[in-house]
Design a protein around this ligand. Structure first.
Ligand code: PHE
Length: 451
């Protein structure tokens, strides 16, 4: 059998996994959730959850991958033959997400090109975004470009494709984020926005805030979809698992935090302290921000840099989604990387088209007010992911026992500092939280009740 590919260096692994984790979720979803749920309070809760809940789930997934040397379907089955279903469910998540994530990636490319052409004024127009997404051909064209670039990187493989690209894009992403965050904090009227973002307001502390932070956390860390299992399977034994997870977390949370600094003060200043724009959710990135850039000095340059960094974030995440799918099929059918890659890219193209057309030609297709893209997002993020994460906890906690994971973590030098926290989290606390996330997100989408 061919030897499994590996990340060649420790930092290569960390940057690739961080590349997966840092995505649209950090840059666009995190800031608006933070704004919606009371700034500092949300930040604080998020931080605590990252080092407990997020840490536990990520450690478990990476260890399962490294121990078995397989991607999700094979990995769970190898550890217990009754749990093959969990691998299949986990694998469904990236298969559903990858196409629509690439559709949004295509929108980012479109905006990048718009700013590169200096058409800032146009991008700031009230109907620019809706005019664009409601067309048929253009969004599909940008989507296929984004998908094509992702596919090329994956075709080059783990070391020559993913690791190389991550090593260039991730440091650049940090740099660009810092540049814009600093700029954004220095514009007139930004001060109050910074305070709004950072100051904890106890009145905002509620069960809902905790659930929102947790939902965001495990989406942001790319958990419960087999990605970290796959990346773990490429990780070498001399790479300290616990330390690597810490580094990935710092990266992911750091970028999310900076994204808030980049967006919240600027939007705050632009809207004269009116926070409704910040809380507007999805439209923030494609409708409000272009207006903010248009009103700024050097707005075209800033807008261009912003969409470039968003593109890097989206690309490295899309790469991890595609790699996970490709590796599942390669493991299962022993096909070549090239054949599998091309097949997956074509399938994703076909599957993504309805999501892309859902804002125009197919806008009649909707469910409970959600477009096709939103429905995909709902099924994968709000339903499948909590279920997969829940069963992963039960699997580790009660079927194979947490000791198997702990032994894998200790492979490098015999240490696992937070083992006791890991044990309690995976067996008791995380599963309860996950059921709460599932119930609350399904209940609010169905209109039953909101927490
Ligand atoms: N973690 C990514 C983000 O924060 C999202 C993502 C989800 C990436 C699923 C890959 C797979 O945007």
């Amino acid at each position: 059998m061919k030897e499994r590919s590996n990340f060649s260096s420790k930092i290569g692994f960390v940057l690739a996994a961080a590349g997966s984790a840092v995505g649209l979720g950090n840059i666009w979803r995190f800031p608006y959730l933070a704004a919606q749920y009371g700034g500092g309070t949300f930040l604080l809760i998020y931080l605590v959850l990252a080092v407990t809940f997020g840490f536990t789930l990520m450690t478990a997934e990476i260890a399962i991958g490294r121990k078995t040397g397989l991607s999700a379907i094979g990995a769970f089955k190898k550890l217990d033959r009754h749990f093959g279903f969990l691998g299949i469910m986990a694998s469904l998540v990236p298969i559903i997400i990858f196409p629509y994530y690439s559709v949004i990636g295509g929108w980012v490319v479109k905006y990048l090109v718009t700013f590169a052409q200096g058409r800032t004024q146009a991008a700031a127009g009230d109907t620019y975004f809706t005019d664009f997404v409601s067309q048929a051909g253009e969004p599909v064209a940008w989507f296929s470009i984004f998908l094509g670039v992702t596919a090329i990187v994956v075709l080059f493989g783990v070391e020559k494709g993913i690791e190389k690209v991550s090593k260039v894009m991730m440091p650049l992403l940090v740099l660009l984020t810092i540049v814009i965050a600093v700029y954004s904090c220095t514009i007139d009227g930004a001060g109050e926005g910074i305070i709004y973002y950072l100051k904890p307001n106890l009145a905002d502390f509620s069960a809902k805030t905790i659930l929102a932070a947790m939902g965001q956390l495990f989406y942001s860390m790319s958990l419960a979809m087999g990605i970290m299992v796959t990346y773990g399977s490429y990780m070498k034994k001399d790479n300290h698992l616990e330390n690597s997870v810490r580094q990935i977390e710092i990266f992911d949370t750091g970028i999310a935090f900076l994204a808030g600094l980049m967006i919240i003060p600027a939007v705050f200043a632009f809207s004269g302290g009116d926070t409704s724009k910040l809380k507007a959710g999805p439209s923030l990135m494609f409708i409000t921000l272009p207006k903010v850039f248009n009103s700024m000095k050097f707005g075209t340059v800033i807008g261009f840099i912003f969409f470039l960094l968003v593109l890097f974030a989206a690309l490295t995440s899309a790469i991890s989604l595609m790699e996970t799918i490709v590796s599942i099929f390669m493991d299962k059918f022993h096909w070549s990387r090239r054949f599998t890659g091309i097949l997956v890219a074509c399938a994703a193209m076909i599957m993504g088209i309805p999501s892309s057309l859902g804002f125009g030609v197919l806008s009649d297709i909707s469910w409970r007010g959600m477009s096709i893209l939103d429905i995909m997002d709902f099924i994968s993020n709000s339903v499948l992911m909590p279920i997969v994460a829940f069963f992963t906890c039960i699997f580790v906690g009660f079927i194979i026992s947490p000791k198997v994971i702990a032994d894998e973590v200790k492979e490098t030098d015999g240490t696992f500092k937070t083992e006791s926290m890991f044990n309690i989290m995976i067996k008791w606390i995380a599963p309860i939280f996950l059921v709460a996330i599932l119930v609350s997100s399904v209940a609010s989408a169905m209109g039953w009740f909101t927490i």
